[in-house]
Design a protein around this ligand. Structure first.
Ligand code: KG4
Ligand code: ZN
Length: 339
């Protein structure tokens, strides 16, 4: 008999629900919150309210698409953290009540582990090469940038991380400076396609070891533009593609330098990328190229599993379900914390 796991994700500005049959995804519904667009970033209070509005319809739709009734569910997995507390509370409270009502186990999931375990989600009828342990995962999202040594489904170790901004934040803040709408990462990616990545050189902070720093890049962009705009008020509009391509190149190069160093230091050549920024086209190409040039075995997630989604929460929950690792009804979300 297969197990059916309902996953619920509400850590930031996406309300998502997914149903998995073991590790096969039957549905993965994501409601993006549009309310934040006018504010240039996620407004926590608006996010909580939108989750409150979305959660029931999203779960209902996920069950309908999966074509199973709630009484067939084996367990409910939810994102416990890290994330926005008000947003997490909506998913957590719903998951608790639903599990109590259905009398099935409740499973708490770490959002960052789930981004990594998204690589183990299988789609019906589709062949997939799953990562083998141990592998390295570069997790790059709006809130985190980490290199993780993954030894097992629940055995992970952070070996490098950002000391200031996350890679997604670097994309979003740069985009904001350029007057692009939120979230800026996909916009920079889009405009960069027609630009020259070597057009402009921005100062990169290279700190020793496997840690990252992105805050210097933002300052460098600000000073660079301040000077250029004095000479030509239309500089930004006239050079948007080149600016985007150069910023994207600076961020991706920094990520690749550290990832290559991590592979060299650990001797691990099985490499995965995860998180919202793993949707970036330049990063995906740079990683794929490492297969040819350095013999890396690379794992690049499908787009639907890069940004926040509940299929990754459900699959992380599935592995905990197999271990019998369940949460109590008094479990509370956490806003900060690593893996
Ligand atoms: O994982 P995610 O959906 O949410 C967090 O857990 O943070 O990641 C969102 C981040 C945002 O910063 C967004 O700008 C970035 O992922 N992102 C991208 C791209 N698509 C999403 N950054 C660069 N290029 C993209 N194509
Ligand atoms: Zn995320």
């Amino acid at each position: 008999m297969p197990d059916y796991i309902l996953g619920i994700e509400s850590s930031c500005d996406d309300t998502s629900a997914a149903v998995l049959m073991d590790n096969v995804v039957l549905s993965n519904v994501i409601a993006n919150q549009q309310v934040h667009k006018d504010f240039g970033g996620v407004v926590p209070e608006l996010a909580s309210r939108a989750h409150q509005q979305n959660i029931i319809p999203v779960i209902d739709k996920a069950l309908k698409i999966a074509n199973i009734s709630k009484s067939s569910l084996s367990a409910i997995a939810f994102t416990r953290g890290p994330g926005l507390l008000g947003s997490l509370l909506v998913g957590t409270s719903f998951a608790k009540s639903f599990s109590l009502g259905l009398n099935i186990p409740l499973i708490e999931v770490n959002h960052l582990k789930a981004h990594i375990l998204a690589h183990f989600v299988v789609q019906p009828g589709k062949e997939k090469v799953l990562p083998e342990f141990p592998f390295l995962c570069l997790t790059v999202s709006g809130g985190h940038t980490q290199i993780v040594k993954v030894k097992g489904y629940n055995e992970m170790q952070i070996i490098g991380q950002t000391i200031d901004d996350a890679a997604g934040e670097a994309f979003d803040k740069s985009a904001k400076i350029l007057g692009l709408e939120y979230p800026g990462g996909p916009m920079i990616d889009k405009y960069a396609r027609d630009g020259n990545p070597d057009a402009f050189a921005f100062a990169k902070t290279n700190i020793p070891g496997l840690d990252f720093s992105f805050s210097g890049l933002k300052t460098s962009i600000l000073y660079f533009l301040r000077d250029r705009l004095k000479e030509d008020p239309m500089f930004m509009q006239n050079n948007l593609a080149d600016l985007c391509a150069s910023i994207q190149s600076a961020i991706v190069n920094t990520l690749m330098i550290k990832l290559k160093l991590a592979s060299k230091q650990t001797g691990i050549t099985e490499i995965a990328i995860a998180g919202g920024v793993s949707a970036n086209s330049r990063l995906r190409t740079a990683i794929s190229d490492m297969h040819e040039s350095a013999g890396w075995k690379v794992h690049i997630p499908e787009f639907q599993f890069t940004t926040d989604n509940a299929a990754m929460i459900a699959v992380a929950g599935y592995f905990k379900f197999l271990e019998g690792s369940f949460a109590e009804q008094n479990v509370t979300p956490y806003s900060r914390g690593g893996i």
